[in-house]
Design a protein. Structure first.
Length: 471
């Protein structure tokens, strides 16, 4: 009799999980994936790939949970029932749920204070984060005590530089006298005009001067001397059709913002020194580093706002109610602000990895807030008062959210011991953001639900309750 009764409970639990929990989790999955899609808009390829892998990982996790984990749990409870384990699990649940229930009711007493403090601190965090810098120097990402890094620095001391940019110039014929004279002038004047940044420069005219004891050859012998150059050397300076050439400029090692400023001044310099018929382009690895600064400083705000917009539209399509679609995003806005404030207090700059934190916050945070909100409105539909409904929601869903958060924290904690600064900083900020997501979900979200509950019309499952409330 007991075995038959237990099998009935297992089947009932399976039904409730599939009919109530799975839709809530699927909603959270969709919103999380929409937040990660914002990463696809980044101009940095590695961030795009990171977003794709996050989205794929979420989909695989959901499929495994529904089609493997749930059947395994049902099989365990249906065929391998243990009364001792069941009693132990009930005792553990009872203690955790009592703590969460008591904490929730106490926090609701101070709900307005919690809301005011939360939004003020988040606003301050967003304000200081607007001035946050971006770190794109690869050398600062590496372990600082490696022999390879020491070798690079020693080589830089000997040669004066290991960094270089290239000025590509184009013309109908780059060996014409007016083009050669322009190239020679630029090659020599760069070091004079930017002595604090430029170490040296080399072009086709530098090679020609070496061949002629420091003088430029006459136009009639120019083509002959260029053709007499070793082919490997000539190809580094002009192309075979003699329509393009390069001025190689050695520069001192600069970090993101100073490098960006120098390149802007160099573009203005070349425009002022320009000659009709000659087009110039500044390129090289240093230019890519500067472009990354722009991508990280401007792109991360766009990714965060786009992610929130996509999540809102997705939830609006699911719930068909603007307030219910907006409710899960309010705690996320707080986490974004708190995260920026935390980075400011620790003196951290954004890197290609930490620039993705906005999308990660949206992804992780909306999963938590949606689960709490779904359970809250489920209890409200049963006719329970708002305070009781949020207490039950935190009791039942809170423990699962804590377990999910702690397992995620455990996974990302491995990054803290990495010798690479870029990975350890990313791991640290992810742990901080998950902790902030817990605080926002378990402390601030209940207050938000209680205050904004009046704007959501509840259709009670019990018609008598609904009629009584209407009366």
């Amino acid at each position: 009799m007991n075995m038959s009764k237990h099998k009935g409970k297992a089947e009932k639990s399976l039904y409730q999980t599939v009919m109530k929990m799975v839709p809530a989790v699927l909603t959270a999955l969709i919103s999380t994936a929409l937040g990660f899609i914002a990463l696809y808009t980044s101009p940095v390829p590695m961030i795009k790939d990171f977003g794709k892998m996050l989205t794929l990982g979420m989909a695989v996790s959901f499929i495994v949970g529904v089609f493997i984990l749930i059947p395994v749990l049902f099989t365990r409870d249906h065929f391998f029932h243990s009364r001792k384990n069941e009693n132990s699990a009930k005792n553990n649940r009872g203690t955790a749920e009592k703590i969460l229930s008591s904490l929730t009711q106490k926090l609701l007493t101070f709900r307005w204070s919690i809301i005011i403090i939360a939004f003020l601190t988040a606003g301050l965090g967003i304000w200081v984060d607007l001035e946050a810098g971006a770190e794109t120097d690869v050398e600062n990402f590496m372990p600082q005590d490696t022999q390879e890094l020491e070798d690079i620095q020693r080589l830089r001391e000997i040669l004066g530089t290991t960094d270089q940019i290239s000025i590509i110039y184009e013309a109908d014929n780059v060996t014409k006298e007016e083009v050669i004279l322009w190239v020679d002038h630029i090659t020599q004047s760069l070091s004079e005009d930017y002595p604090e940044t430029i170490v040296g420069s080399r072009s086709i005219t530098s090679a020609l001067r070496q061949m002629n004891e420091g003088k430029l050859p006459q136009q009639e012998s120019l083509d002959i001397q260029i053709n007499d150059m070793p082919e490997n050397q000539r190809k580094l300076l002009i192309n075979e059709t003699q329509t393009k050439g390069v001025i190689a400029v050695g520069i001192k090692h600069l970090e993101g913002e100073p490098l960006k400023g120098f390149l802007e001044r160099l573009d203005d310099y070349l425009e002022r020194k320009g000659v009709n018929g000659i087009e110039t382009t500044v390129t090289g690895k240093a230019v890519l580093d500067a472009e990354m600064v722009i991508a990280l400083t401007s792109g991360r705000y766009k990714m965060t706002l786009l992610g929130m917009g996509l999540v809102f539209v997705g939830l609006l399509a699911i719930y068909r109610h603007p307030v219910k679609a907006f409710l899960p995003l309010l705690p996320i806005i707080l986490i974004v602000g708190w995260s920026g404030g935390a980075m400011h207090m620790m003196g951290m700059e954004y890197t290609p990895l930490t620039a993705t934190l906005g999308a990660l916050i949206i992804g992780i945070g909306t999963e938590f807030t949606i689960l709490i909100m779904e359970r809250y409105f489920e209890e409200r539909k049963k006719g329970r008062a708002s305070r009781m409904a949020i207490g039950i929601a935190n009791q039942k869903a809170g423990k699962a959210i804590f377990a999910s958060a702690f397992t995620t924290i455990g996974g990302f904690s491995a990054l803290l011991i990495s010798d690479f600064v870029i990975l350890s900083n990313f791991g640290l900020m992810t742990l901080i953001n998950i902790s902030l997501a817990l605080i926002s979900t378990m402390i601030v979200m209940p207050a938000i639900l209680i205050i904004l509950d009046r704007f959501v019309k509840i259709k009670h499952e019990d018609k008598n309750v609904e009629a009584a409330n209407a009366g």
